[in-house]
Design a binder for this molecule. Structure first.
Ligand code: JJW
Length: 438
């Protein structure tokens, strides 16, 4: 496997999934605090109240990253720590946490990559309609400007939104994630306002003339037809339109996919003049989160469904399909590039067990090694891939699955908060050492 010298290797996390300290230092309530307290929404009623207690243990955690030998750390900022009421009065203690975190990273020579929105919307904004309310996009812009002004000279890599498909569809379309609303029209409305929020933050970042780069992160999943039939081919194209093109097209071409008429009709009332100019303004890079693929067959009239996984699966039930990463990178580069790409998340959940101080997770090591190899193949084929962040640094709160899906390369004992580097983490460490030695 060959990677360029300046390739960035990292680990990734998100605020609600690791920080804990949910009621501390003036943090406001987020939609995930509320949702996780709603009976039946999160497995075992788990919440992010304590999580990995990273808010208090960030120094120890940054030391662990340094021990792994990563170049970069992708984290997210909790909007309700900065603006507990979503807007208006700034909470200096919340801001101070991220300043201390960034300082600690820089002291250890680890480059910060900050995501501004990784799903923890201030609850007070949800009470005003959340991502169904256009004002939320403008409040997001204002919060982003604060972060750019406060951290823009030290943080050089910014991500506006993480996986807006998840925020919009799982949050407002099927209700599996916070805030738990379910209506297909709401999905499309929320998706549009999220894209607008991205565009507004991007515009504000450009106006500040800061010495860094900014992009968005999408969860993308290549879809394959179940057979060469025309029906399956068209079904596959619809699945791709729903998951991938509905976000890629507006960001890179400035309009929604024209082959999805019922979606276009539903979103039309929410589009205002100028929206697409903001949404499709040039970004510095695109972040891609890749976990798995879909195999799609036609079902019913104009419908489609995914076949069961064709190979081994992770604890999430997602098929392990490393070639999908290669196919995806080449496709995004061909259809939407050229633009620098980052893999901002890739990794796997397995039911790990701590035994005699050790976590043997050969499946995760194999998963990472095989996906790294596909990234190297894509680089060789000319894809401008700039970095790779493993999801996740730590076992953490995996949303609707609570603490029951372990994605970490570092094991967390949630009783004691002990961190134990898994075998996969040791493997990543030695992989990085070998790269450094050339
Ligand atoms: C889809 C649920 C059917 C996270 C999904 C549920 C049922 C359509 C991992 N990425 O924890 C996708 N993750 O925070 C961001 N990625 O459907 C980071 N995608 O609906 C990780 C969950 C996910 C999902 C979870």
């Amino acid at each position: 496997m060959k990677f360029p010298r300046d390739f960035r290797w990292g680990v990734a996390t998100a605020s609600y999934q690791i920080e804990g300290a949910a009621q501390e230092d003036g943090r406001g309530e987020s939609i995930w605090d509320r949702f996780s307290r709603t009976p039946g929404k999160v497995l075992h009623g788990h919440t992010g109240d304590v999580a990995c207690d990273h808010y208090h243990r960030y120094k120890e955690d940054v030391a662990l990253m340094a021990e792994l030998g990563v170049d970069s750390y992708r984290f997210s900022i909790a909007w309700p720590r900065i603006y507990p009421a979503g807007k208006g009065e700034l909470n200096p203690k919340g801001l101070d946490f991220y300043k201390r975190l960034v300082d600690e990273l820089l002291q250890r020579g680890i480059e910060p990559m900050a995501t501004l929105y990784h799903w923890d919307l201030p609850q007070v904004l949800e009470d005003k309609g959340g991502w169904l309310n256009r004002d939320t996009a403008y409040y997001f812009r204002d919060y982003a400007v604060t972060m750019f002004e406060e951290l823009g000279d030290t943080v050089k890599l910014w991500i506006t939104l993480n996986e807006p498909w998840c925020s919009a569809y799982l949050g407002y379309g099927n209700g599996v994630h916070a805030p738990g609303k379910s209506d297909l029209n709401w999905y499309l409305q929320a998706a549009h306002i999220l894209l607008l929020a991205h565009g507004l933050a991007l515009q504000a970042y450009r106006e500040l003339n800061l010495p860094g780069e900014i992009g968005i992160t999408l969860n993308l999943s290549p879809q394959y037809p179940a057979s060469p039939s025309r029906e399956d081919g068209e079904a596959c194209r619809r699945a791709d339109g729903f998951l991938n093109r509905w976000f890629l097209d507006p960001l890179f071409a400035g309009f929604y996919p024209q082959d999805m008429p019922e979606f276009l009709t539903a979103v039309a009332p929410h589009i205002q003049p100028g929206d697409f100019d903001l949404i499709s303004a040039p970004q510095d890079f695109l972040g891609i989160n890749y976990y798995s693929r879909g195999i799609i067959k036609a079902a019913g009239k104009d419908g489609y469904e995914a076949l069961p996984p064709a190979g081994p699966v992770t604890h999430m039930g997602w098929e392990v399909y490393p070639e999908g990463l290669y196919d995806l990178l080449l496709r995004v580069h061909r259809d939407y590039g050229p633009i620098p790409l980052y893999i901002t998340e890739n990794g796997a959940a397995y039911p790990d067990q701590l035994m005699e101080g050790r976590v043997a997770d050969p499946e995760r090591t194999a998963y990472l090694r095989e996906h790294f190899a596909q990234a190297a193949r894509a680089l060789e084929a000319g894809v401008p891939l700039k970095g790779y962040y493993v999801w996740s640094f730590l076992d953490n709160f995996e949303w609707a699955f609570g603490y029951e899906r372990r994605f970490g390369i570092v094991y967390v004992d949630f009783q004691t908060q002990a961190r134990i580097i898994k075998d996969s983490g040791r493997w990543y460490q030695s992989f990085l050492k070998d790269l450094a030695r050339g």
